[in-house]
Design a protein around this ligand. Structure first.
Ligand code: NAD
Length: 300
């Protein structure tokens, strides 16, 4: 199974990210048996030869590798130790790669329980969003045993272009949480800059272009600021998911006490967005918090 174009993947979670990652695996030549709790979630994947299975056991039992892309820690716990989970229905290849963003300490606990049953678990969260998932250009941060990383690499290469083994179990999740901390604070900084510039009647479109040429340039300024300026809140990484990640960051910082004042402040801004019913909007909708704070709206 270890050459690039053969092997059976059991893929769990066919949401915004997972459906594109599963498609890339199928297009790379792997056999994909997929499952989502929403029975219709994988309908559009059948045209790529992906078989949509009725439950977890039928998706994982014949798999050389099981990959999950689920919302949060409780869903991963369910597929590890639930009645239909991997401990009860071990996959043939004894390799499980969780690519969701979840808690690092829970990851270690799952990994230990699976190791006792002879199953290797890697944590391999991603950065790059739906566009990276679609194009197979995700950045993947992997924690767990080096031998498992070597075994999973051909599969990960079908989904991402930057693969890094960053340490033992949980290390991938910790690095991902640091990524989210930086992204959240950066988004907040852009909101503040746009709000200040708007109050001083600056052309926001031009300002973004100018700043992209200097030391304030960032992925967020490049990709999210246009939607903030236009008031397009629809697409992208949801406010609810970012709030989940900031919660995981703050929980991790409580366990090994590290003060994160800026992250805590940004989390409050995200809660403000959620309180106004914007949880299913994209991250860029954080700028609407500044509409309320400033009583201004550049989109009227
Ligand atoms: P999503 O909510 O769109 O998809 C999750 C899918 O998992 C849903 O289709 C849901 O029905 C399914 N699911 C839930 N419980 C399940 C179970 N027990 N078995 C099988 N399927 C189950 O979320 P997403 O945007 O695809 O994100 C998935 C993960 O990737 C999250 O942890 C998120 O934080 C992370 N992530 C997302 C992005 C992004 O831009 N959307 C970027 C990087 C990382």
């Amino acid at each position: 199974m270890n050459n690039k174009t053969s092997g059976v993947v059991g893929f769990l979670g066919l949401g915004v990210m997972g459906r594109e990652m599963a498609r890339n695996l199928a297009e790379a030549g792997f056999t994909v048996h997929a499952f989502d709790v929403i029975p219709t979630a994988g309908d559009a994947l059948r045209q790529f030869g992906i078989e949509i299975m009725p439950d977890i056991p039928s998706a994982v039992t014949d798999a050389d590798i099981v990959i999950s892309m689920l919302p949060d820690t409780p869903q991963v716990e369910e597929i590890v130790s639930g009645t239909n989970g991997l401990l009860a229905h071990p996959p043939r290849g004894k390799l499980f790669v969780d690519m969701s963003t979840i808690a690092p300490d829970a990851t270690r606990k799952f990994s230990q329980a699976l190791a006792a049953a002879g199953i290797t678990m890697l944590d391999a969260p991603v950065s790059g969003g739906p566009v990276g998932a679609k194009n197979g250009t995700l950045t993947i941060m992997v924690g767990g045993e080096a031998s498992g990383f070597a075994q999973a690499t051909p599969f990960l290469q079908a989904m991402g272009t930057t693969l890094n083994h960053v340490g033992a179990s949980g290390a991938g999740q910790t690095v991902k949480l640091c990524n989210q901390l930086i992204c959240g604070i950066n988004i907040q900084a852009i909101c503040e800059a746009l709000a200040l510039a708007r109050a001083w009647d600056i052309d926001l479109v031009q300002m973004r272009e100018v700043l992209l040429g200097g030391s304030a340039a960032s992925w967020m300024l490049d990709k999210l600021a246009p939607a903030m300026i236009e008031g397009d809140v629809s697409a992208g990484f949801r406010i609810d998911l970012m709030m989940k990640d900031l919660r995981l960051v703050l929980e991790a910082a409580q366990k090994h006490p590290v003060p994160l004042p800026a992250t805590a402040l940004v989390a409050t801004q995200y809660q403000n967005a959620q309180a106004y019913g914007e949880g299913s909007n994209g991250n860029q909708a954080l700028f609407k918090v500044y509409d309320r704070l400033t009583g201004q709206n550049n989109r009227n």
